[in-house]
Design a protein around this ligand. Sequence first.
Ligand SMILES: Cc1cc2nc3c(=O)[nH]c(=O)nc-3n(C[C@H](O)[C@H](O)[C@H](O)COP(=O)(O)OP(=O)(O)OC[C@H]3O[C@@H](n4cnc5c(N)ncnc54)[C@H](O)[C@@H]3O)c2cc1C
Length: 403
Amino acid sequence: MSHIVVVGAGQAGQSLVTKLRGEGFEGQITLIGEEPVPPYQRPPLSKKYLLGEMELERLFLRPESFYAEHDIALRLGQPVQEIDRAAKTLTVGGEVIAWDRLALATGAVPRRLPAAIGGDLPGVHVVRKLADVDAMAPEFAPGRRVLIVGGGYIGLEAAAVAARKGLQVVLVEAAERILQRVASAETAAFIRQVHRREGVDIREGIGLERLEGEGRVRAAQLGDGTRLEVDFVIVGVGVDPDVRLARAAELEIDNGIAVDVQGRSSDPAIWAAGDCASFPWRGGRLRLESVGNAIDMGELVALNMLGAGRPYEAKPWFWSDQYDMKLQIAGLNTGYEQVVSRPGEQQDAASFWYFRGDELLAVDAINDPRAYMVGKRLVEAGRSPAPEAVADPGTDLKALLRS
Ligand SMILES: Cc1cc2nc3c(=O)[nH]c(=O)nc-3n(C[C@H](O)[C@H](O)[C@H](O)COP(=O)(O)OP(=O)(O)OC[C@H]3O[C@@H](n4cnc5c(N)ncnc54)[C@H](O)[C@@H]3O)c2cc1C
């Protein structure tokens, strides 16, 4: 009987095994995860779960009983240490497991600050795993001083939670502005003013020089000469694809495990999906770090492991929640030349439309679900409204879909 093994029991791994059974695959399925909990959703880790407004069980993508009910062997709490491609086996917890087809859904690892600048001091946290958040949650007491390093979505979400909980929050961003890598100056300006209104001290164009403290972080020295007393630090400076197993197994790596259009790695018996994988995209390669991609790519790889032979057509979308602000993003803005701003219908709502020439690439919608819905449908259909029509508040957005 054929045995499919999936390494990485996260969003993509869960999506993959569920789809395999959903498609009627009757062979053996094993899902192996390093973390001691069943597959769960990460987005609430920097939002509702960190705020204390969400129960642990609600994080789980499926109740633990789901796996046994669907005859999926779920093996948790130990990492796969090695893959032997020639023998078609892998090693986990000293045991050797044979596979016929293998999928890697190992996700990503958060970047940490170097130990040489105090990055390993107790009280310095990253936000990737449930265990990370459980470890930092007790730090979130009113009045305490937190330094957040990095003004990307994770850093900004953590800042929002800390501000809501009554902490004193300083956020430093070494780049010229927050969200430099992922959003326009217009979107960043909107989000910045919301944070400032909530009392977050955002300092842009200022790097962290070092963290200091005896036995625990106590202070931060910033690039502009400022010294801050801190109680704890959250580092949100991005992630790297987790390619450790794949690299050791000598699979091709190119900003993640390089897969073909079907999700197959340089070894035809091994596939990859989610944050760890880069796939062909418009003449280059793309790696996405999002729930939508993990779900869609996991499902697509499941189909292709069963012989469907379908290409992956990524439809990028993303969201971020900060305070009462809901940001929704459709498309990828890479290479944009112009951003068109459009006020939303309610207060504190707006959308930002990214164009390259006449082509609509992406939309950031803040508290504006209609702009998101219309933008997403246009981007996915490859249709581009005139920038002037988008900018005109008198234009009925839904009419853009019909024109
Ligand atoms: C705090 C936070 C907030 C986020 N917010 C959003 C959001 O608002 N919207 C959005 O779209 N995306 C968001 N994301 C990103 C999203 O959660 C990820 O893109 C998604 O989880 C990727 O799924 P994955 O399965 O590829 O990786 P993961 O979910 O990271 O799962 C990979 C799993 O593989 C395991 N693993 C790694 N190596 C091994 C090994 N050798 N053996 C066994 N197991 C192994 C890891 O321990 C991990 O459990 C957020 C992420 C974080 C951390």
